[in-house]
Design a protein. Sequence first.
Length: 96
Amino acid sequence: MLRCACYTRFSTDKQTPISIEDQTRKCQEFATSKRWALLEDHIYSDEAVSGAGGDREGLKRLLAAAKSLPRPFDVILLDDTSRLSRNVGDGARLCP
């Protein structure tokens, strides 16, 4: 069984924090459909933070966990790639 982390984000204070819950729910549903385990200790989020830059506390914690050994999870789930980064190039640089 794959162990999953989850990253969620919403970008402005005009959006609702429920967005984080919705994104997490969708990741959980996907994991369940694949018979994977979404690890409660590895759900990371950033609220009212732009996806344009990498200076996000939740993202920093996720990346630190992903680089640690032994790795605590096998895959990272996102509701949409725009949650990780608004720019494909920036998103690709996050992945070693």
